[in-house]
Design a protein around this ligand. Structure first.
Ligand SMILES: [Zn+2]
Length: 219
C-alpha cells in the first residue's frame, strides 16, 4: 500500500497533456513526439555548415519546444537532449569530439525566462554523448527582434553582429572545433551569424545540431 502512495507522489503531470506520468512525457505524447523524428537527420542547407537535426519542427515537437520556452517547463529539455544525443551517437562518423556551445540568449531574455533552453538541451546532450560543454562560448552582443516576427529576407540582417565571444573563449580559443547547438533550425540565420563570429575569431566550426528543423525555408 505504501509503495502505491509513494508512486502517486512521484508521478508528475505530462507537460503537454497534463496527464499523470512517471516520466517527463506520458506514453501518448512520447509516441507523438517520436513520430516527429526525421529519417534523414542531415538537413541540407545552402551554407557550408553541416546541419544535423533530430526532428521536424511541427506537431508535438513544436508544442514541446513552445512549452519548454514559453511555459518554462524546463524538464522537457532532458528527454529532448537525450534523443538528440542518441541520434548523434548513431551517426556513422562520430569519432570527432567537438566542443558543444549553445546559442546564447540575451541577458534580458535570460532573466525573464530564468534559463536558456539551448543550454539545458546542450547539458542533456553532453551528458549522454560525453562531449565537452562550454555554455559561455558565445554571448549575445545585443538584443535582436525575434526571428519569427521578421520576413525571411530581413532575418539575416537582424542578426549581423548579434554575437561575440563569451567568457569561455575570450581569453583562450578552443583548440578543437565547436558544435553549435540550438533548439530550432529554421532559416539558419542564427547559426550562420554565430558561426561567422566564431570563425572570425579563428575558431573552427564543426557544424550545427538542433532538436527540430523546418524542411521548408532552408538556406
Ligand atoms: Zn502527454
Amino acid at each position: 500500500m505504501w509503495t502505491d502512495v509513494i508512486s502517486i507522489f512521484l508521478k508528475s503531470n505530462c507537460p503537454l497533456c497534463q496527464r499523470p506520468t512517471g516520466k517527463v512525457f506520458c506514453v501518448d505524447c512520447t509516441r507523438q513526439l517520436q513520430h516527429c523524428q526525421l529519417s534523414d537527420r542531415h538537413v541540407r542547407s545552402t551554407t557550408e555548415i553541416p546541419v544535423f537535426a533530430w526532428g521536424i519542427y511541427g506537431g508535438a515537437l513544436k508544442r514541446a519546444i513552445a512549452a519548454l520556452k514559453y511555459e518554462k517547463k524546463s524538464q522537457i529539455a532532458q528527454p529532448l537532449g537525450f534523443w538528440l544525443a542518441d541520434a548523434w551517437l548513431n551517426l556513422p562518423s562520430t569519432s570527432s569530439q567537438p566542443i558543444v556551445i549553445p546559442i546564447p540568449l540575451h541577458a534580458t531574455k535570460l532573466r525573464d525566462r530564468g534559463f536558456n533552453q539551448a543550454e539545458l538541451l546542450a547539458r542533456s546532450f553532453c551528458q549522454m554523448t560525453g562531449l565537452k560543454l562550454r555554455s559561455q562560448g558565445l554571448e549575445r552582443a545585443r538584443q535582436t527582434v525575434r526571428q519569427f516576427e521578421l520576413p525571411a529576407n530581413e532575418r539575416e540582417q537582424n542578426l549581423v553582429g548579434a554575437f561575440h565571444l563569451g567568457s569561455d573563449f575570450r581569453h583562450r580559443r578552443p583548440v578543437r572545433p565547436v558544435l553549435i547547438l540550438d533548439d530550432i533550425y529554421t532559416t539558419g540565420a542564427t547559426a550562420r551569424s554565430a558561426a561567422q563570429t566564431l570563425r572570425q575569431e579563428g575558431i573552427q566550426v564543426f557544424g550545427v545540431v538542433a532538436i527540430a528543423a523546418t524542411l521548408k525555408g532552408k538556406g
